[in-house]
Design a protein around this ligand. Sequence first.
Ligand code: ADP
Length: 250
Amino acid sequence: MIKVENLHKHFGGFHAVDGASLEIAPGSITGLIGPNGAGKTTLFNVIAGVHSPTSGRVTMAGEDITGLPPHELFHKGLLRTFQIAHEFSSMTVRENLMMVPGGQHGETLWNTWFGRKRIAEEERALLAKADEVLEFLTIDHLKDEKAGNLSGGQKKLLELGRTMMVDAKIVFLDEVGAGVNRTLLMTIADAILRLNRERNYTFVVIEHDMDFIGKICDPVICMAEGKVLAEGTLAEIKANEQVIEAYLGT
Ligand code: ADP
C-alpha cells in the first residue's frame, strides 16, 4: 500500500532519516519501534506530508505521493493523527468530531444562498456519523465533555475517532501509549484491531509498549539512526542481535 524507497530527511547536516526503505502491506498493522532519535517521527512526518524529504520516494498503491501536502494526502485517505489542538480543547468531544473536514457543502456563498436544505441534511448526517463513531469507540458517554477535560487515553480515542469521520485507508499513529493507563491502552488496542478487521484500515503505529505492539502489530519494523534495522514478527525482532544491541538491550 505504501512503499518508501531510500528516503532521506536532513536537518542541516543532521540525517534524521538516512536512507530508510520499507513497505506497508494493505490491511496490516505495522509497528514502528526503535530508540529515541531513531527517526521514526520524522519518517512519519515525511510520509504524511508534514516535511518534504531531502531525497527518496514514497508511493501509495503505485502512485507517487512524495512531498504531497497533508490535505492532498487526506483526500487520498492517508492520515496522520495529531494531538487535539489547544483551540479545540474548549469544544465538546462531539463537536471535535464534527469539525473534521469532509467535503461539506456549507462553505461557499452559493450554497449558503441556495443550499440551506442540503446543508441541514448534511449536518444531520454528520451528527449521526459522529454519534456512530462515539459508539464504536465506546466513548459515547463523553460526547458532551470538553475535549480539554479528557484523560490522555480518551484523547487518543478521540484522535482515532477523527480518522473515522473521513474514510481513511491508512492511519499513522504516533506514540499511542504515552501517558495512557493500561486499561485504556487495551481499549485503544481493541479499537485499532476492530477498525482494521471491520473497516479495513491499515495502520502504522509508533509505540514503545511491547505488550501493545505484541497485541496488535504484525509486522514490526525497528529503526535506528535513520535506517530500517530489521523487520519481522515481534518474536523475530526481539531475537534479532542488531535490535537487541541498538534498542532492546539499552
Ligand atoms: P524518534 O521519533 O525515533 O524519537 P525523531 O524523528 O523524533 O526520532 O528524531 C530524529 C532526530 O531528528 C532527533 O535527533 C531529532 O532531534 C532530530 N529532529 C527531528 N525534527 C527536527 C527538526 N525539525 N529540526 C532539527 N532536528 C530535528
